[in-house]
Design a protein around this ligand. Structure first.
Ligand SMILES: N[C@@H](CCC(=O)N[C@@H](CS)C(=O)NCC(=O)O)C(=O)O
Length: 325
């Protein structure tokens, strides 16, 4: 558009010069003036083309604008209109965030994932008033949190296609194995998430924030300190307790792996943990198992392994197996 305007201006200028006085143009000073004006217009025309600007200024605004347009051209599910995509603000290791991601993956809804640094308080607070993840920001709507509310919103709103999920079945057998494994999983995972190369822990401040916010059991006495006592201990001590649990991995792994065979009989099929197809049971169960896949040496039985791989495909969320710590 700018180029057209410049060409028009150029034509008008030439016409005006001709119309005004051919004789005066013959004077060297007038000719120099006209040549200078044409030169200036050529530079402006070159600058207005994105190629010229980019080659001159490197990663310029023109290049960045193109990046944004490229995102807008991604294919969309039914109901997605305009250029804005839903945004999910997450930590990668967070099982609640995985819950929210599953439904987007299963419904193949294009969205942008925003990995927040673990010490970033401003971003979530600006969105929902506190430090929390996951957070969903739909274009033109208020941001929301609570993983299962996000799942419900995306599953039930006809704008995102027909609902996929059956209700939770409140299975006590799944809760029971969860209770038997939760402590070992926690002690194995916490020292690992800050060792793995995860986006929320890319900077030291992110790792320190995680240590500060997640008190862990005394490796000798087994008691988890009160929050105030934990804060008073300081970073060196936090680290030493995390390290002690990391060193204790073989014993913790043996304990966890001894329970995993009991999961085999609980898994209905590789497509759903409970009979009747995908349900909120999968949202909760797969989210935990995906985070647990960061534990190197975890030995799921064949049914659990097949389930994890299939759910990873359906939800489009990679397991950590290839980068387990
Ligand atoms: N009930 C919430 C729990 C979410 C939650 O606890 N998220 C953790 C991350 S895994 C969190 O944001 N904790 C606060 C923090 O990290 O400071 C949900 O289901 O979404």
């Amino acid at each position: 558009m700018l180029l057209l305007l410049l060409l028009l201006f150029c034509l008008l200028l030439v016409a005006a010069c001709f119309g005004c006085s051919m004789s005066r143009l013959r004077r060297p000073s007038s000719r120099r003036l006209l040549l200078a004006a044409l030169g200036l217009l050529s530079v402006l025309a070159f600058w207005s083309s994105s190629e010229g600007a980019a080659s001159f200024a490197g990663a310029s605004w023109a290049t960045r604008k193109e990046g944004i347009r490229t995102l807008g051209r991604l294919p969309r599910a039914a109901g997605q209109a305009g250029n804005a995509l839903p945004e999910l603000y997450i930590y990668d290791h967070c099982p609640f965030c995985v819950r929210a991601r599953i439904i987007f993956g299963m419904k193949n809804i294009k969205h942008n994932l925003v990995w927040m640094a673990n010490d970033d308080v401003d971003t979530p607070t600006a969105l929902v008033g506190k430090k929390i993840s996951p957070i969903l920001q739909l274009p033109g709507e208020s941001a929301m949190f609570e993983s299962l509310d996000i799942v419900r919103k995306i599953d039930m709103d006809p704008a995102w296609g027909p609902p996929l999920l059956k209700p939770a079945s409140a299975r006590e057998d799944l809760d029971a194995v969860d209770k038997r494994t939760i402590e070992a999983v926690r002690l194995l995972l916490r020292p690992r998430v800050i060792r793995a190369y995860l986006p929320e822990f890319a900077h030291k401040d992110g790792r320190t924030a995680y240590l500060r916010n997640h008190p862990i059991a005394d490796p000798v006495g087994g008691e988890v300190p009160e929050k105030a006592a934990w804060l008073a201990m300081g970073e060196e001590k936090w680290k030493s307790w995390y390290d002690a649990h990391f060193e204790n991995s073989p014993a913790l792994l043996a304990e966890l792996n001894s329970v995993l065979p009991d999961f085999e009989g609980l898994i209905h099929s590789e497509d759903s943990v409970s009979p009747g197809g995908a349900s909120y049971d999968d949202i909760v169960f797969f989210a935990k198992m995906r985070t647990a896949s960061l534990i190197k040496g975890l030995k799921p039985g064949p049914r659990l392994q097949a389930y994890m791989e299939r759910m990873s495909d359906l939800s489009q969320i990679p397991l950590y197996s290839g980068m387990a710590v």
